[in-house]
Design a protein around this ligand. Structure first.
Ligand SMILES: *[C@@H]1O[C@H](CO)[C@@H](O)[C@H](O)[C@H]1NC(C)=O
Ligand SMILES: *[C@@H]1O[C@H](CO)[C@@H](O)[C@H](O)[C@H]1NC(C)=O
Ligand SMILES: *[C@@H]1O[C@H](CO)[C@@H](O)[C@H](O)[C@H]1NC(C)=O
Ligand SMILES: *[C@@H]1O[C@H](CO)[C@@H](O)[C@H](O)[C@H]1NC(C)=O
Ligand SMILES: *[C@@H]1O[C@H](CO)[C@@H](O)[C@H](O)[C@H]1NC(C)=O
Ligand SMILES: *[C@@H]1O[C@H](CO)[C@@H](O)[C@H](O)[C@H]1NC(C)=O
Ligand SMILES: *[C@@H]1O[C@H](CO)[C@@H](O)[C@H](O)[C@H]1NC(C)=O
Ligand SMILES: *[C@@H]1O[C@H](CO)[C@@H](O)[C@H](O)[C@H]1NC(C)=O
Length: 650
């Protein structure tokens, strides 16, 4: 990876000291900050119309983005004259250490050839978001440059790449969001002496790339041609220049209706390369014929996602892809599991989500994918799973079949998936979850069945899945919780919100000592679940019992939960009497300790009864007469508690 991308630039800023320099040319002020990487002059968004004149000479980064500089240097006067006049460019400053110069988002339309004279250390130059109409001829002596960004120049129609000829250290060139329609032989002339590794030409409307354009730029590893307008034959031709390159990754996304088919020769110019990644996503490809990837048999990652018109895949489409590890076919229009997948014996990741697949027949190609670790089948039209559906997927670790219309899951449907760690099944229309249904999943750690229609859980349902760490049953029809979760020693997160739970067994959490997240919000509980108090789940960090029917809570119940970081019991019908006093006190003192910012304020809790207090804050009542029995269970803390306020007489 290149280490000087613009994003990492701001991240690596370690603020040590900040010195303010006010500039002679007006009220604008730059801030100069010492970072691990040298002096960083922050002059962004200062309304500057020319470069500042009095920055320290040893700065290593100068950020002048988002100002109003329209030109650097004067057309009529090639050299800036004196130190007295305000600088017109950078040639009079002696920024000999300057390594990064960011001039993005000004209104630059002219840069004189000598504007950057003397910036001999410059490695990164960002001229994005300006008003240049052609590639500026300013790079001649900037031989340390490694990265040039010239994105978003909406008026740039010409690109004479010969301006880069001297940049022997150039590795990264990004020219996106302009209007450079053709890439011709000048690209080859301009860049063949560089070390270009990454070329980003996204969103230019390019419709023609000359066959020799990329020739002899053998260092090229990543070429991104997304959002252009190249047809199949133009792609085939343009790849000619990459025949002998070190290309690893090619991206040809978003050509829409310009790219409607691929042929076995489309990629044949890459035959002798070691290309690993290819994306042809977001195109209007209708079918994939036999052998279209045969010439790029070294591929490991193939992205064909969002091929909205792709209805069929020939049995021999993936011929030759012996090393393919990941295949993305999300959001196409496939009705079945393509037989062609059976050839991809190295496949580890397969995304078939958001298609029209309605059946996983026992003979489907999936059974040959012995190395598959991740299978995404969410958002299809699957109606049922049988015990043959996933036969043979012995390496599978992650399976998502959510958001289908699954109405039936045969017992043993997952029985071969001994290594499965995550089973993601939201929106399943089944009434109950049984042990037989998830039989064989000894290593399951994550089970997600949210937004389904489950009414009951058998007591023994998780007895074979002892490794569960996270269970999501939110948005079901559960009414009672008995001993279902008992002894799940690894369980950390249990989400049961949005059910109809009325009954919660006092011993439901025996042995689930590692529980950290418990969400019981939006249920029908009438009392605070004793299970939370009586068990040893003292590591609980997030507890939500909001929107139930709980009239009172004893503070002692919560006193044991020292690790709580969020607690939400709002929207319960609190009865504001002395039984609530200890809770009010606990809530007030706990909330004050600067917990998680999600912890709702005590002011958000309201009394529901007695009638005169309905709607007023539980917090603003007068509990002073309750001091003799603040804890309903009469525990010891009682006498030490003083309820400090007497804000209002009940
Ligand atoms: C580049 O450097 C050479 C030698 O120092 C100098 O003669 C020439 O004028 C410089 N060109 C520009 C455009 O600064
Ligand atoms: C940018 O350049 C175009 C064409 O040269 C010109 O019409 C336009 O006014 C300029 N815009 C700004 C903001 O300078
Ligand atoms: C290429 O440019 C596009 C548009 O500016 C950007 O979104 C994308 O992240 C760039 N890709 C790389 C690898 O730099
Ligand atoms: C290829 O794709 C994989 C998976 O998306 C990614 O992790 C890897 O960094 C990519 N390699 C290159 C050279 O782009
Ligand atoms: C479960 O995982 C462990 C290690 O994570 C592994 O040793 C064991 O073989 C797996 N169980 C089965 C039945 O494959
Ligand atoms: C409980 O959680 C702790 C801390 O995350 C972990 O070290 C321990 O192994 C867990 N115990 C079990 C039985 O999962
Ligand atoms: C608790 O659950 C309710 C209902 O789902 C939700 O609205 C609320 O934001 C949750 N509270 C916190 C602190 O996450
Ligand atoms: C809540 O706590 C604050 C200090 O943390 C205290 O001043 C205030 O009186 C308390 N209110 C009640 C109702 O306990």
């Amino acid at each position: 990876m290149l280490q000087f991308s613009m994003n990492s630039l701001s991240l690596c800023v370690v603020l040590v000291t900040a010195v303010l320099f006010s500039l002679s040319s007006g009220n604008q002020i730059c801030e100069v900050v010492s970072t691990a990487d040298g002096q960083y002059a922050r002059c962004e968004r200062r309304g500057l119309t020319s470069p500042p004149g009095d920055l320290p000479n040893d700065i290593s980064t100068l950020d002048l983005s988002d100002n109003s500089i329209t030109s650097l240097g004067r057309r009529d006067m090639p050299f800036a004259k004196t130190d007295i006049d305000p600088p017109v460019d950078f040639s009079t400053q002696k920024y000999t250490n300057l390594r990064r110069l960011i001039l993005a988002n000004n209104r630059l339309s002219y840069i004189s050839p000598t504007a950057f004279r003397g910036l001999q250390s410059l490695e990164v130059l960002d001229l994005s978001g300006n008003n240049l109409t052609s590639l500026p001829d300013v790079f001649t002596n900037l031989t340390s440059l490694r990265a040039v960004y010239l994105n978003n120049s909406p008026h740039m129609v010409r690109a004479d790449f010969r301006v880069f000829t001297t940049l022997r250290n150039l590795e990264h060139l990004s020219l996106t969001g302009s209007k450079i329609k053709t890439i011709d032989i000048k690209f080859h002339i301009g860049l063949k002496e560089t070390r270009l590794r990454l070329l980003n030409l996204t969103n230019n409307g390019i419709s023609y790339i000359q066959a020799y354009a990329f020739k002899e730029i053998e260092t090229l590893e990543t070429v991104i041609l997304d959002q252009n307008a190249l047809s199949e034959s133009e792609i085939a031709l343009s790849l000619y220049g990459l025949r002998d390159s070190q290309i690893k990754s090619l991206s040809l996304r978003n050509f829409h209706d310009k790219l409607t088919y691929l042929t076995p020769s489309t990629f044949c110019n890459l035959q002798s390369t070691q290309i690993k990644n290819l994306s042809v996503a977001h195109n209007f490809v209708k079918s994939l014929r036999a052998g279209v990837f045969t010439c790029v048999s070294t591929l490991e990652h193939l992205d064909l996602s969002f091929s909205f018109y792709l209805e069929s895949i020939n049995d021999r489409t993936f011929h030759g892809l012996r090393s393919l590890k990941s295949l993305n076919l999300r959001a196409a229009r496939l009705r079945d599991i393509p037989t062609a997948l059976g050839r991809l014996r190295s496949l580890e990741y397969l995304d078939l989500s958001n298609n029209l697949i309605h059946d996983l027949s026992p003979s489907s190609a999936l059974r040959y994918l012995r190395k598959l670790k991740t299978l995404l089948l969410n958002e299809n039209d699957l109606k049922y799973l049988t015990k043959d559906s996933f036969h043979g997927l012995q390496s599978l670790e992650f399976l998502d079949c959510g958001y289908n219309s699954l109405a039936s899951i045969e017992d043993g449907s997952f029985k071969d998936l001994h290594n499965l760690k995550s089973l993601i099944l939201p929106e399943v229309y089944v009434d109950s979850l049984t042990k037989e249904m998830i039989q064989g999943l000894e290593n399951l750690t994550v089970l997600d069945l949210q937004s389904s229609t489950i009414r009951s859980l058998s007591d023994d349902v998780f007895t074979e899945t002892k490794n569960l760490k996270s269970i999501n049953l939110a948005g079901n029809q559960l009414q009672l919780i008995s001993s279902t979760f008992r002894n799940l020693a690894h369980l950390k997160a249990l989400r049961l919100q949005n059910n109809k739970i009325e009954y919660f067994d006092d011993h439901a959490f025996t042995g689930t000592n590692n529980l950290t997240i418990l969400n019981l919000g939006v249920n029908k509980l009438k009392t605070f679940p004793q299970a939370i108090v009586s068990s040893k789940i003292q590591g609980l960090q997030h507890l939500n019992i909001s929107h139930n029917l709980i009239a009172t809570i004893g503070g002692v119940a919560l006193d044991k939960l020292h690790r709580l970081r969020t607690f939400d019991a709002r929207d319960n019908p609190f009865e504001c009497n002395c039984d609530l006093a200890s809770f009010v006190f606990w809530l007030n003192s706990s909330s004050a300790e600067g917990k998680d910012e999600l912890w709702p304020s005590p002011a958000e809790y309201a009394c529901s009864s007695p009638a005169p207090l309905k709607g007023s804050q539980i917090f603003l009542q007068d509990y002073s007469d309750c001091q003799t029995y603040p804890y309903p269970d009469g525990s010891k803390g009682a006498s030490t508690i003083t309820i400090p306020v007497r804000l209002r007489k009940g």
